[in-house]
Ligand binder design. Sequence first.
Ligand code: SF4
Length: 433
Amino acid sequence: MLNNSVKVMEPSFVRSFKCAGETCPDHCCHSWKVTVNKKSYKELKKSSNIIIRQLANDNMELTRTSVENYAHIKMDDNNNCPFLDENTLCNIHKNCGHQALPHTCQEYPRAFNFFGDQVEASMIMSCPTVTNEVLFNTEAFMFESSSKLITDLNNGKIGGLPEDNLPVWFPTIRDFCFNIMLSEGLSFNERLFIMGMYLKQAEPHLNNPAKLAQMINSYISMSEDNTLQNMYKNLPAIPALKWHIFQHQDNKFVATTGVKLITDEKDNKNYTVSNSDLRFLACREHLLSALRDDKDEKNNKKHSKTDDNNTGEMFDKMLAQANNSLLPEYFDKNPHILVNYILYYLYHHQFLLKEHKTPFQFYRIMLVDYFMLTSYLSGIAVNLGELTDEWLAQLFQSYSRRSQHRINFIEGIEEQLKSAGSESDAAIFSLLK
Ligand code: SF4
């Protein structure tokens, strides 16, 4: 790092990002908590532009939590940022330029993470444009490198793992995971299975790079002679476990929206439901429609808690219907989409090391996310008779937005796996069947 410059790796999905502005379907100036750094707070309050000065005086509340989190913007009654004009353009940006924006607004959706002595540029998938770039760009993970000033990267706010904190196992294991995900001779689920098996078996040897490399060689041999593929083939399917995990994760996802849970319970509190919540609930509604029993529907009979087994069976039937034809029809034409999603997960989340997860714990969380997303996709495909790019993008983006900043959501996944008795390897891998 000479003269505070650093080598930055930029994937194509970052380089090709262009904010959709007022045409964005889930604008980031709606229903976020926008923190304001001290310098921006002071400058906006005494702006020479009278409109900005007035808006700042009326709509910013001091918190003084830190220099970066010195105040926040109070959203209006519709949960929109009060600095937006009638065309949903930002008044600060329009009148005073990009540099006058609070840091949060300058930075979103960009993210920078140290990876040893270099920095990896990324973006947050809660932004619809980023979701489209990550999922649909066939070259999303083609990298270019350049040298940049640290202060130019999100005002010097760089997360991740600098050299001193980068565990010895990290580069080897991540490279292996990337390579497995790009192995075209394997089915997508075989790739995920092999990655998981390796991460599980590597866990006791994380401080032994030679052993990790040796294990990689034996995994390559076991994949060449079909040993791993046969292990995957013989994995049991456990429909009851899938239903258990789905219901509980889904309950967590719709909490604070006030809608009925799958178990028919309803939280009667009043909540402010954001546009993003509505986008997610619209995806989920396809799944609920797909689950409704025709006969019950005709008799206008609602499901109750006692219907749980019945609904579990319908869930299994729905997944089978989607997996037999509807999802393969779509993903055979678009093989890069799910691969890109997992590459993004590996790249962006850095094995959740900041949340103190081990590689296999990280894998389990990733697998549950993948399972939840493909379950909702199955519901969409069965209900509509096909899967479309638009619904897929809406689901992945709104799901990302609901799970962003939710460490308790991650912890929730692990609790669910425990309570479902799914701590054994076979159980977690059965989500792939
Ligand atoms: S969410 Fe993304 S595309 Fe939409 S307005 Fe914000 S930065 Fe632009």
